[in-house]
Design a protein around this ligand. Sequence first.
Ligand code: ADP
Ligand code: MG
Length: 332
Amino acid sequence: MGEFELIARFFDRPLPSGSGVALGVGDDCALIEPTPGQRLAVSSDMLVEGRHFLSTVDPAALGHKALAVNLSDLAACGARPRAFTLALSLPRPDEAWLGALATGLHALGERHRCPLVGGDTTAGPLNLCITVLGEVPPGQALLRSAAQPGDDLWVSGTLGGARLALEVFRGRVPAAAVDFDSARRAMEWPEPRVALGLALRGVAHAAIDVSDGALGDLGHILRASRLDAEVWADALPAHPALATRPLDERRRLMLAGGDDYELLFTAPPSRRDAVLAAAACSHTPVHRIGRLHPCPQGVQPGPARVLDAQGRGLAGPFASFDHFKAEPAADA
Ligand code: ADP
Ligand code: MG
């Protein structure tokens, strides 16, 4: 199977009606009709074998996750998905593998009315890079820099499940000790919170999606908004598979685990009902997990303080994943 047959068989799909895509896969460029008055929101995320996924991963899950992590970035901005491109480097054109990858990819794209409109395909080490295009009205994007002192801190869904599955794969937690299937689902099939992101426009001040670890990702909001925060450890929503783990480990998995693809966002206390309404209309659970505070003049916004139910500070380590700090690769 040559490059062009591969593209035609697995990546060139009919465009959904009303997609606003004038031209998809097959020419030098895709052509997309912008919605009048909207801003384009653009984001890329790359998945590298051995770094972001294990060589044994189910290709359908890989296709799903490659798009899911990109849609999650649109969700965190409150943007509506429009289309995506896929740059794929592949050691060999294995038909069964490609068929499953394409199934996972297109199924999620169809659910979000976000078609694949182009890309690039080359032989090489396994690597997928997706670029998503979305739209958001001017002034309505949820930005990291827009949190206000006194804001509530909220998070969607649950935390820690994906990292627990990784710990099992690394042999640090026995699979029999946890509900491994459900943790593995969290790791391999994350659901991007697109509907919640849209519903939070005009309600939330700032948002970010949790990819590297909740506390570290919150740090990005704090630095961009020049604020401090407290996080209530006992209010954190744990993934159900964490239930059998010791408290300390549960907290670490939730605060530093990463790969959750939940939305972490801030909103003023006066909008609590509006946040709950946004959660209800998007069928997404949310939890209030802390509060933002002014950061004293001349002080660097630090990592948030993590407090127990008595208001006592908890010591970490709750450091986030960082590709350029020593941490073993995904299947090391
Ligand atoms: P060019 O040489 O002009 O860059 P290519 O020959 O690389 O074009 O690709 C041919 C067509 O197939 C283009 O429309 C491109 O967008 C599309 N394409 C290539 N790879 C992929 C892919 N992995 N997924 C979707 N579309 C792809
Ligand atoms: Mg090309």
